[in-house]
Design a protein. Structure first.
Length: 177
């Protein structure tokens, strides 16, 4: 009997640069969750998405925080891939528990590639949690930065392998506009 291994790949992406929190609130009266990405943020995430497509040619699903800046980042990312569905996930909001995010991922019966778009400190804590089981953050994901992890057979804490952690400054010189 052949032991078939199933690989689950997860791309963890922090949203792009957004409008200044205080100025946005003062000028619009709206809460932080409506803050959009800036032009600089959009340009940067477009470069990141182009680079990501070179190292990960297919994404099957994009899960995003319901906050505007994460949704906009997810849309830019998804434009680089064909037929990618984007789904809002409350467990990707800034102060979500990593355990809740993991439970949401387990419910998705998908052996392909899933991208999640969210915020700090949640994403770094989540990355640390799936790698070590600890809710202490051992990483810092910059805006538009990403990590790729792989799970073998099961999506569970301490069952992930970190394949890469890429910050935007590392990509800027590699991808031409």
């Amino acid at each position: 009997m052949v032991n078939k291994r199933i690989h689950h790949k997860l791309i963890i992406i922090r949203h792009a640069h957004a409008e200044n929190r205080e100025k946005f609130k003062k000028n619009t009266g709206k809460s932080d969750n409506f803050r959009p990405i800036t032009l600089k943020g959009k340009e940067e995430i477009q470069k990141i998405a182009k680079f990501l497509r070179q190292i990960e040619p297919g994404i099957d699903l994009v899960l995003t925080s319901p906050y505007t800046r994460a949704q906009q980042t997810a849309k830019v990312l998804a434009k680089n891939y064909k037929n990618v569905e984007i789904i809002n996930l409350d467990n990707l909001m800034p102060h979500s528990l990593p355990q809740a995010t993991l439970q949401s991922l387990k419910k998705i019966n998908n052996a392909g590639v899933i991208a999640i778009v969210g915020h700090e400190p949640h994403l770094s804590i989540f990355l640390s949690f799936i790698l070590t089981g600890s809710t202490r953050s051992y990483f810092d994901i910059k805006k538009s930065g990403f990590a790729i992890v792989e799970f073998l057979n099961i999506i569970e804490k301490r069952k992930a392998t970190l394949k890469c952690l890429i910050q935007p400054s590392q990509v800027t010189n590699l991808v031409k506009s």
